[in-house]
Each structure stands twice: as C-alpha cells, then as structure tokens.
Design a protein around this ligand. Sequence first.
Ligand SMILES: C[S@@+](CC[C@H](N)C(=O)[O-])C[C@H]1O[C@@H](n2cnc3c(N)ncnc32)[C@H](O)[C@@H]1O
Length: 176
Amino acid sequence: MLGVDVSGKMLERARRETDDSRIAYERADLESFAPPVGVFDLAYSSLAFHYIANLAGLFERVHAALRPGGSLVCSVEHPIMTAPVRQEWLADADDRATWPVNGYHDEGRRVSNWLAEGVVKRHRMIATYLDLLLGAGFRLDRLVEWAPSPEQVAKEPSWAKERERPFFLLIAASRT
Ligand SMILES: C[S@@+](CC[C@H](N)C(=O)[O-])C[C@H]1O[C@@H](n2cnc3c(N)ncnc32)[C@H](O)[C@@H]1O
C-alpha cells in the first residue's frame, strides 16, 4: 500500500495514526506524481482532487496504475461548495443559512478561507468531473452528494447547516 501527500506534516500524521508497516508513504505532488503502472486494486483519495489543476492528467495516471477491474474511490468538496467567488454562508430574508451559488460555469481557481486562510482550490462542475473520468477510460459506478444524515445531525447539532447544500461529492469508478 502506498500513501501520498505533498505535505510532510500530513504524512507524519498519517504514519502516527496508522502505524502499519505494510503502508509506504511518499511525499509527492499529485500534479506530476506517476504511480507504478498496473499494480493497484484500489486508488482512494479523500478531499484532495479539488486542489489539483491537471486533474485529467492525474486521472490518466491513476487509471494506468490500476489493474483491470480496479477501482478509484474519491471525495471532493461538492462543486456547489467550490463555485462561489466568496465562499461563505449568507442569511436569507428569513435568516435561514444560505450558501450562495455564483460562478458555477466559470471553472478554475478559487481562494477560500475555511479552516485556513488563502487556500487555493480548483472549481469544476459535476459534469466536468464525470467527463474527465470517462475521458481517462473509467466507468462510473456511483455518485453520492453527501451531507450529514438527520441522525448524524441529531448526534452533532452543529452540522445542521451542512444539510442546506451538498457538502462532498463522492465518486466511485472502475477501470474496465
Ligand atoms: C482537506 S486535506 C485532506 C487530508 C486527508 N486526505 C483527509 O481526508 O483527512 C487536503 C490534502 O490534500 C493535500 N494536497 C493538496 N494539494 C496537493 C497536491 N498537489 N499533491 C498532493 N497532495 C496535495 C494537502 O496536503 C492535504 O493533506
């Protein structure tokens, strides 16, 4: 198993939390990282692909790294999250939390201040994620627009706002 991130701190944390000698960790930039070809059954990415400018190239390299029948499972911030030029909640006329959507069709660079200041992301439409996957030779298996369930919100009430719009886009695809 191979774990990749561009951040040394993230890799340190992953090593600490997994403590599994079967996992090799490598510091690499996914913009250019080329994994070995035809050796993996599963490629999994959590909330990293919306930082990547050349996602077409990455999907091609991941496709090549999988064995036939292998899967790619990934999450990205939902395109409704990444679209707005100002990525922050507003209140509507009834004071209901509202996530403004603008710029949806203008794909590209966005700067957000959520969790950390000045983080650069890449906004893409849902259709673009799918086109890039299909273009790289993947078959789409499942698409989920994730938000916390009512049961999860009951346990963690601060998540209630996250049901006002989709939070993450979860994608499962396979190499045929
Ligand atoms: C929101 S964090 C998610 C971290 C972890 N995967 C998780 O789910 O908890 C985004 C991660 O993407 C990594 N990342 C961003 N751009 C990257 C790039 N070009 N190459 C490799 N990793 C990148 C960051 O270093 C960070 O660890």
